[in-house]
Design a protein around this ligand. Sequence first.
Ligand code: ADP
Length: 397
Amino acid sequence: MDDRGEETNVIKRVGVIGGGQLAWMMAAAAKKLGVELIVQTPSCDDPAVSIATRTILAAIDDATATAELATLCDVITFENEFVNLDALSQLAGQGICFRPSLDALKPLLDKYHQRCCLRDLGLPTPQFVALEAVRSQTTEGKSTSTLKPQTPPTFSFPIVLKTRRHGYDGQGTFIVKDAQELEAALSRLEDTPLLVEAFVPFERELAAIAARSTTGEVVIYPIVETQQEQQVCRRVFAPAAISAAIVAEVEAIVHTLLSSLEVVGLFGIELFLTVEGKVLVNEIAPRTHNSGHFTLDACETSQFEQQLRAVCGLPLGNPAMQVPGAVMVNLLGYEESQSDYQEKRQQLAAVSNAHVYWYDKAESHPGRKLGHVTVLLEKEQCGRELASAIEFIWYGS
Ligand code: ADP
C-alpha cells in the first residue's frame, strides 16, 4: 500500500479466519471479484470448506495455523471474533496484514471493553459495570471468591448479565429479574468474566451494516429492524420504518465509530431504539452480520462483496436497495435431527420472490442457524405477514 492509502498490489488471495455460514456466503462475491478464499476452520464439515480454494483445518484461535494461512494469502480477514489477539499480534509484528487491523479489533472483542470504547467515544450505550472476583478468607482460613461489581451500579433490576467473551446468538446473555435469579446465574457461571448492564425496555431493535475502505470512505446500508426471540435473531425488516432523524442519528454513530477506530472492513452494529426515541448502541460485530443477509438479494452490492472490496483495497460498492423492501427470516433448528429438510425448503422456495439459503450443516439442534430466507417485497406488500407465512412453513405454527 502507498502512503495515500491506495493499494499498490492487487489483492487476489484473501485468508478468512472462520469457516461458518458467513464465510460460505462470501463465495459468489469472491468469484465476481476474481478473489480466492483460503479458510481457517476447525472441521471439514464447516460450511465454507466447500467453497474455499484451500482450507487450513485448525481452531479459530490457533495462531500457528494462522501463520500458515498467511503464507497462502495477501490479507487476512475474519468471519467471527473468537480470535486470540495476543497470539495474532506477533504475526502482525512480522508484517502480516489483517483487515480490520488488530488495533481496530482490540477494544471490541470483550463486551466490557466494547462498552468502555463506546463510552470513551461519547457514543450512547446502556449503563454498565464489570463484575470482578473478590477473594476473601473464611474463618477456617479457606480462600473463597465472590463476584462483585467494580463500582456500585446506578441501575436496578431487571439487569442483563453477559459473558464478556465468546457470547453469540444470545448464548451468554441473561436477563435477570431479581437478586435470587442473579445469585443462581452467578453460581452457574462460576468464574466466567461478566458484564452487568441496565435492561433497556426498547421499542425496537435496529441494525446498521457499514464498511470503511483503505482510503477512509464509509458506506452504510439502509438501517434495518431486527426482531429477537430468546435473544436470538428471528427476522429482519429492511428498511426499518423509522424517521429520517433516527436514520441520521444512527448513521452519525456509525461514522464516528468506523472512522475513530480506522476500521478497514465491514461491521454490523446493533442498536436499541427506546420509546422516547433515544438510540443506544448494543453491540458491534467486527464482521459481516446476520442482519445484513438481505443485502445478498436486495442490494446492488452484498455485505459479503463489500467486505471483500474493503479488505482488498478496492473502491466500495453501492449499498442501496434495488427493491422497495425485503424481509429476512432465519431458519433456526427446532429439534435434534440430521434431516436436510428438503420438503420444507421446496415449500419456502415456492414463495414468490423468495431466496432460500441452506448452510448444509451436518446436524440440526434447537436454535442453530441452519439457513435463511429473504423475500423481496413489492411496493405495498406487508413484510410482517410474509415473515409469519415463512415461519409457518418452517416451524409449522
Ligand atoms: P449476542 O452477542 O449473543 O448476540 P447481545 O448482547 O446482542 O448478545 O444480546 C442478544 C439480545 O438480548 C439483544 O438483541 C436483545 O434482544 C437482548 N438484550 C441484550 N442486551 C440487552 C439490554 N441491555 N436490555 C434489553 N435487552 C437486551
